[in-house]
Write a protein of this length. Structure first.
Length: 92
């Protein structure tokens, strides 16, 4: 069974879908962090050096195992050559 098929089956359960939707923002942030670093052509070690922190802290941030401050997210973005901004939610 492919991962996509498994995901579709799991999301067919309303309780699982509700939990998944609740975490959508977190998943999106993690995807954006990974995209920034990848597009910048940097390793976690290089980002950590630019942020003046440990590689393990960058790893935890990218896995979603951290509760980062605005300052931490800004440092990460700058280390990857990005600016952190907030924009309005699109109307649904």
């Amino acid at each position: 069974m492919s991962l996509e098929t498994l995901k579709q089956r799991a999301l067919a359960n309303p309780e699982v879908k509700a939990e998944y939707d609740q975490l959508e923002g977190e998943f999106s942030l993690i995807d954006q962090l990974l995209s920034m670093r990848t597009e910048a052509g940097l390793t976690q070690t290089q980002v950590a050096e630019r942020m003046q922190t440990q590689k393990s802290n960058v790893s935890r941030l990218e896995r979603g195992n951290a509760n980062p401050s605005w300052a931490t997210l800004t440092k990460y973005a700058h280390a990857c050559g990005y600016q952190l901004t907030i924009k309005p939610i699109k109307a649904r």
